[in-house]
Write a protein that binds this ligand. Structure first.
Ligand code: NAP
Ligand code: MG
Length: 512
């Protein structure tokens, strides 16, 4: 079974800047200034590999949200930001990307410590992808164009009159953003990049479990030249800081990433002033391995699809459908991959899978494992908590899974895959793959490019990966069908989340 590496306490491995950063009580950022919460309260931040307290953060509440929204409103309407040229704005956004890369190691350490993910992964995925998002969005600042329109107003209605009509793309205003803990820095980047490119201002609420990298990013944003009040960051709990942000009457738009359950609360809270809403929610994504797939690629691919980030991905390939001809081989292969994964603290450079993020998630995932066992699913590898320190769960492959089981139907958000054999590629299989309340992502593994595209067209999912999985790029839109969300992150599509379209129509005498 996977070994839990005996590592020295994480503090010993931290660089000076990170040690200093976490040693200081972390405050909230409003109008360019760092301050305590109005209540004076703080909360503890834990190292999920040990359960030890590593930092203290200000516990923001309604009063802080009110102050942050006021600052964002002022910056939107009258500050230097509102007068800045698109090119100046783009340069600032690009500079944020540069600064993230300059501080790559520091961010990788913060993510490994706070979230528990392997530092080796944070270095090559989370941090460079976050930088790339800002670099990509920087280019859009100067390319937010409207159209000129040819109207067909009949001359009987408007005799001797011509029209000059065009559209303008304008920033939506003050934005509230609430993000989860699974990719703390990257989710902050996905959210803040387009806000800045479009000229909006924002109040960001990071997840209580993982607030550290967003706060460090807040410092660097000011170094990059983001004026005070444009980005405000209020740490705290969902009910105390997130809910008043979602309900705030002076917030024009709310963007949320997290559970489908809380997503529904956000929609209700937003109804008060009918603020615009976009949501990036959960998934139970199907991953299909056909009998003609290159199994040398598909097996490690299917393992990575579920075990990457310890299964704490909204797009995790958690329902693995395998053609019966290759089922035994694939299931044994994925189990073998699971067995080889080295569990350990995120800060250990040799760690391949870290702990889950919190005791809550540990209980949730082990609860699912227990329910699977009770309902008759069989773990051929893993199936339980790993060790008794930290929040580790063994990478798990479940077989004998029935469609009515909770482990098949619900999002587990842990390293647990349900494998299901199928007899042939037909309508029934595709119906089964689509038969969930979610529609975030899907995978297909085959050597037949015709089949691959035919299947991709039939899957009701926002992303379909063919012979790959978990490929993300700033240029590729990401988001969900059905209860997986509203709207898209990344790509030029995300800009629509933060722009209003204004139609301007001028009448003039038709003299010629
Ligand atoms: P969550 O509660 O939906 O948290 C996401 C964010 O929403 C956090 O910043 C959270 O704050 C905040 N929040 C919670 N309740 C709120 C409310 N009433 N109003 C406004 N904001 C609120 O997710 P979770 O509890 O951390 O995880 C639970 C499950 O959600 C997971 O097991 C997984 O299934 C799913 N999830 C999905 C994603 C995704 O990327 N789609 C990410 C994370 C989790 P606090 O955490 O600070 O309280
Ligand atoms: Mg939570």
């Amino acid at each position: 079974m996977s070994e839990l590496a005996e590592a020295p306490p994480p503090k010993l491995r931290l660089s000076k800047p990170v040690q200093q950063f976490i040693a200081k009580k972390r405050q909230i950022l409003i109008d360019g200034k760092w301050s305590d919460a109005a209540s004076g309260k703080t909360f503890e931040v834990y190292d999920p590999s040990s359960g030890e307290v590593i930092a203290h953060c200000a516990r923001g509440g309604k009063e802080d949200i009110d102050r942050a929204v006021k600052a964002a409103r002022k910056a939107f309407e009258s500050g230097p930001w509102s007068k800045m040229s698109p090119s100046q704005r783009g340069r600032i956004v690009a500079k944020i990307g540069d600064l993230i890369l300059e501080h790559l190691e520091e961010f990788a350490e913060l993510e490994a410590l706070d979230n528990g993910k392997p530092i080796s992964v944070a270095r090559v995925a989370d941090v460079p992808l976050a930088a790339d998002l800002f670099h990509y969005m920087a280019g859009w600042a100067t390319k937010l164009e409207g159209d000129t329109l040819n109207l067909s107003v009949p001359s009987t209605l408007a005799p001797n009159t011509a029209f000059h009509a065009y559209t303008r793309r304008e920033p939506i205003g003050v934005v509230g953003q609430i993000i989860p803990w699974n990719f703390p820095l990257l989710m902050a980047a996905w959210k803040l990049g387009p806000v800045l490119a479009t000229g909006c201002t924002v109040v960001l609420k990071p997840a209580e479990e993982t607030p550290l990298s967003a706060l460090r990013l807040g410092e660097l944003m000011h170094e990059a030249g983001v004026p005070p009040g444009v980005v405000n960051i209020v740490t705290g709990f969902g009910e105390e800081a997130g809910a008043p942000l979602a309900a705030h009457p002076d917030v024009d738009k709310i963007a949320f990433t997290g559970s489908t359950e809380v997503g529904k609360l956000i929609v209700q809270a937003a109804a008060g002033n009918l603020k615009k809403v976009t949501l990036e929610l959960g998934g139970k994504s199907p991953n299909l391995i056909l009998d003609d797939a290159d199994l040398d690629v598909a097996i490690p691919g299917a393992a990575m699809a579920i075990f990457f980030n310890h299964g704490q991905c909204c797009c995790a390939g958690s329902r693995l459908f395998v053609h019966e001809k290759v089922y035994d081989q694939v299931v044994a292969g994925v189990a073998e991959q699971a067995r080889k994964i080295k569990l350990g603290p995120g800060l250990d450079p040799s760690t391949e899978m870290g702990p889950l993020v919190s005791t809550t998630q540990l209980e949730r995932v082990t609860g699912f494992l227990e329910s699977g066992r009770r309902q008759g699913a069989k773990p051929i590898v893993g199936g339980k908590r790993h060790g008794d320190k930290g929040y580790f769960v063994e990478p798990t492959v479940l077989v004998d899974v029935k469609t009515e089981m909770k482990v098949y139907q619900e999002e587990i958000f842990g390293p647990v895959v349900a494998a299901v054999p199928f007899k042939q590629l037909d309508e029934r299989l595709l119906t089964q793959a689509n038969d969930t309340i979610y529609g975030l992502a899907a995978g297909v593994w085959t050597r037949d490019v015709n089949k691959a595209h035919a299947i991709a067209a039939k899957l009701r999912a926002g992303t379909v990966w063919i012979n790959c999985y978990n490929v993300f790029d700033a240029s590729m839109p990401f988001g969900g069908y059905k209860q997986s969300g509203w709207g898209r992150e990344m790509g030029h599509q995300v800009l629509n989340n933060y722009l209003e379209t204004k139609a301007v129509c001028l009448a003039y005498p038709d003299q010629f």
